[in-house]
Ligand binder design. Sequence first.
Ligand SMILES: Nc1ncnc2c1ncn2[C@@H]1O[C@H](COP(=O)(O)OP(=O)(O)OP(=O)(O)O)[C@@H](O)[C@H]1O
Length: 240
Amino acid sequence: MASIVQFENVGLRYGTGAEILSDLSFSLARGSFHFLTGPSGAGKTSLLRLLFLAQRPSRGLIRLFGEDIVTLPRDRMPLFRRRIGVVFQDFRLIPYLSAYDNVALPLRVAGVDEAEIATAVNEMLAWVGLGSRASARPATLSGGEQQRVAIARAVIARPELLVADEPTGNVDPDMAGRLLYLFEALNKLGTTVIVATHDVHLLERVPDARTIRLDRGRLDDPAGIVRTDIARPLPRRPLR
Ligand SMILES: Nc1ncnc2c1ncn2[C@@H]1O[C@H](COP(=O)(O)OP(=O)(O)OP(=O)(O)O)[C@@H](O)[C@H]1O
């Protein structure tokens, strides 16, 4: 069964400190939906950073899209990253670009033509409730609005893997449901989704999702569910 992510005995330490992730072994099936939970400081963000290639592990093996990324040459990383949509906990919007241009960025990098970009970006901004704020710079948006721009940017190019760190931390429950629906829709088109969250209500909203629980850098996995590839083979449709 095809795994999009595979970890074998992965450990991570920052500098010479103690390991903050230890002995992580799991795989995620292509097309699956996972929540990543655990107390503050358990290592969720660090695990996500390994997934979107912001960090190399201190030990162990990580395969992404079937390739060993621990030894991946640096010059091949940008192409890998383009296959991954990331919602950062602190948004990381480009401050001098409008909401529209932030969301358009992944499509421009992929060489999509401007007419097609305009349709996709306007539709996406409307979906996240920001249709009237397209020309606004991030500094003039509220935290929740910035978070929605960040989500729109992460999903717009329909990445193969979506990694989201507390993506609903700044929005009300109604908007959280709407954003989650966006992730589910993307997932149904074939994107593998992993969402780190503290929000237990979110977990209940996606009944098909699996939960990975981290506790002090280790997988808390009594049922062994994480190691089981649950494939949801879904058609991969073209961008539009
Ligand atoms: N760049 C860094 N350098 C040193 N230590 C770090 C670094 N980033 C994180 N840590 C430490 O690693 C541990 C795990 O942090 P991480 O941010 O991954 O946890 P988390 O589960 O995402 O927490 P939260 O839910 O509060 O966001 C913490 O003890 C943190 O202090």
